[in-house]
Design a protein around this ligand. Structure first.
Ligand SMILES: [Zn+2]
Length: 294
């Protein structure tokens, strides 16, 4: 969800999309797998090759021609499959554009449910209207599934009640790459969509799953921010767990949300994580509401 102040800039760019793909930075990860990073919107991972193009997440609506041009600069084939790591508009905004071009969209069952109906994300004051049929996932799963594609085995694993209620991570087993979606915001406090089934304890449990899959050479692609390694993942997990513990004890001590925010339970991490689009107070507020429900 990292597009908010830049939406006007995005709109401004649309008429010039044929020349604007250079705002997408393409990083080779391994063999035929690449990461695409834009100034706004979520990260994208592509697998290209003899079977066709498979992309993980498709970014903000209105940027689809830019994204398509960037993907085709790696390999000129059409996009055959898209995995949505979750329903948010900065990861699924290209669904209708690419779906209309016959890409098959794959996602957790709850992503299809959410994209089929109106959603409102209070923190961003953002309405997501139901997508047309072309933008909806055609293939959905409850727990996990595996792609055997372009020579890779790609395990897709559902992480329950984490960033949302429909998160999926992707593990390229041979290439040792994990695509974490918004389970990880690298270098900033994460948005947690607690009104749509997310929870910090679910995120921590999901990060523990990723830690069992990772070794010291694993390349981890977060939903937002730069690449991470296992040691960064351990630190991120520990940071979230420490802050959650601080807030749990404040709740146990009967502190109000305002008192908890005023006590600055994130202070030791604010210099490194507090300058993103979710500030320390907002992050504490999410966690207070989330952990008050337990
Ligand atoms: Zn998200």
């Amino acid at each position: 969800m990292k597009h908010f102040p830049l939406i006007m800039l995005t709109l401004f760019f649309i008429p010039f999309s044929a020349h604007a793909q250079n705002d997408v930075k393409i990083t080779p990860l391994k063999n035929n797998i690449h990461m695409l990073v834009s100034p706004q919107g979520g990260n994208i991972v592509t697998s290209t090759g003899e079977d066709g193009t498979f992309i993980i997440d498709d970014q903000l609506g209105g940027r689809s021609e830019i994204i398509e041009a960037a993907v085709k600069s790696i390999n000129d084939q059409d996009i055959k499959f898209i995995l949505n790591t979750h329903y948010h508009f900065d990861h699924s905004g290209g669904n209708e554009f690419f779906g209309a071009k016959n890409a098959l969209i794959v996602a957790h069952d709850n992503v299809r449910k959410r994209l089929s109906t109106r959603q409102f994300i209070t923190y961003f004051k953002r309405e997501m209207l139901p997508l047309s049929k072309a933008g909806l996932p055609t293939l959905t799963f409850a727990h996990d599934m595996t792609f055997h594609y372009n020579g890779s085995s790609i395990n897709i694993i559902h992480i329950p009640a984490a960033h949302t209620d429909g998160d999926a991570v992707a593990h390229f087993t041979d290439e040792n790459i994990i695509v974490a979606g918004d389970l990880i915001f690298n270098g900033m406090y994460p948005f947690i969509d607690i009104e749509h089934g997310g929870s910090v304890m679910g995120i921590i449990a999901g990060l523990d799953v990723l830690l069992t899959l990772a070794d010291d050479k694993t390349v981890i692609v977060p939903g937002h921010g730069p690449l991470m390694n296992k040691s960064g993942l351990q630190t991120y997990r520990q940071t979230l767990a420490t802050i959650a513990e601080h807030i749990k004890s404040a709740i146990k001590d009967g502190k109000t949300r305002e008192q908890t925010i005023a006590a600055k339970p994130t202070q030791e991490f604010d210099a490194t994580l507090g300058k993103g689009f979710i500030g320390p107070d907002a992050f504490v507020s999410f966690l207070y509401d989330d952990l008050s429900r337990i």
